[in-house]
Design a protein around this ligand. Structure first.
Ligand code: PGA
Length: 230
C-alpha cells in the first residue's frame, strides 16, 4: 500500500523530526517514552511529523504507539529480497511495521563498509515495498539514487560529537543538492539538541532534522519538536 504521505513532500512548511534510537532502549522503556511523547506533543499541526526509528527488535512494540503525528521508521533494510538471508530484514518484512526507512547512515557506510552500489539496491528494495526512504549523505558529492523521499545531510564529524555543522555549510550543501534533486525533502542531522536547534530554523529548503542522542529522552525530544512550531 502506498503511503499517503508522498504528496506532502512537495509542500512548503513541513516539519519532520526523525528520532534515530540506534542500538538503544528496551521493551520496558517504550510505554513510558510514548506516554510522555504523546502528551507533550498534542496537539501538533498535521504538517509536523515525528518519525521514530527504533531497533528492529522493538518495531512491533513501538507500532502500537504509531498514530499521527507519530510514525514508524526502520534504521536500515536488507539489499536482498525475502529468502535464505540469515540475519537480514527484507523490505517486505519491514513494511509490515514501518512506513519509513533510513538508508546510508554514515555509521553503516563507515563501520560496515556499505557501498553506493549496495545502498542503491537497498533503495530499490525499499521502494518496491512502498517504504519512504530517508537517504543519508555525508557531503554534496555523495551520489543520490532516484526516488528517495528525504535526503538527510549528516556530516560524520557532527554526529554524536556535540559539534553541529554550521548553518552556512548546511545551506551550501542544501543548495547544491536541491539543484540536482528538487523533490525530496531536505533534512539535517548531527548534534541537533536543545542548545543547537534554533540556529538551523532559517536555513532555506530545510524540512526537518534527523536526531540521534537527543531523541532518546522523550521530554527532550518533544521540546525540540515544539521549539520549531512558532
Ligand atoms: P546525533 O546523531 O544527533 O546523536 O548527533 C545523529 C545521527 O546519527 O543521525
Amino acid at each position: 500500500m502506498q503511503s499517503s504521505y508522498t504528496a506532502l513532500h512537495y509542500t512548503m512548511g513541513n516539519k519532520i523530526f526523525i528520532g534515530n534510537w540506534k542500538s538503544n532502549k528496551k521493551i520496558s522503556d517504550i510505554g513510558p517514552y510514548f506516554q510522555v511523547l504523546t502528551s507533550e506533543l498534542a496537539p501538533l499541526p498535521d504538517t509536523t511529523r515525528v518519525i521514530v526509528c527504533p531497533p528492529y527488535s522493538l518495531l512491533a512494540d513501538v507500532k502500537k504507539y504509531a498514530r499521527s503525528p507519530i510514525y514508524l521508521g526502520a534504521q536500515d533494510v536488507s539489499a536482498f529480497p525475502e529468502g535464505a538471508y540469515t540475519g537480514e530484514n527484507s523490505a517486505a518484512l519491514l513494511a509490515e511495521f514501518a512506513e519509513y526507512v533510513i538508508i546510508g547512515h554514515s555509521e553503516r557506510r563507515n563501520m560496515l563498509g556499505e557501498t553506493d552500489e549496495h545502498l542503491f539496491e537497498k533503495v530499490r528494495r525499499a521502494r518496491e515495498a512502498n517504504l519512504n526512504v530517508i537517504y543519508c549523505i555525508q557531503n554534496e558529492l555523495d551520489e543520490i539514487p532516484d526516488d528517495v523521499q528525504f535526503i538527510a545531510f549528516e556530516p560524520p564529524a557532527a554526529i554524536g560529537t556535540g559539534n553541529p555543522e554550521s548553518p552556512e555549510r548546511i545551506s551550501a550543501v542544501f543548495e547544491e543538492v536541491h539543484m540536482k534533486n528538487e523533490s525530496p525533502a531536505l533534512l539535517y542531522g548531527g548534534s541537533v539538541n536543545e542548545q543547537s536547534i534554533s540556529q538551523f530554523f532559517d536555513i532555506q529548503h530545510l524540512s526537518g532534522f534527523l536526531i540521534g542522542g537527543a531523541s532518546l529522552d522523550a521530554f527532550g525530544f518533544s521540546k525540540l519538536i515544539t521549539s520549531w512550531q512558532d
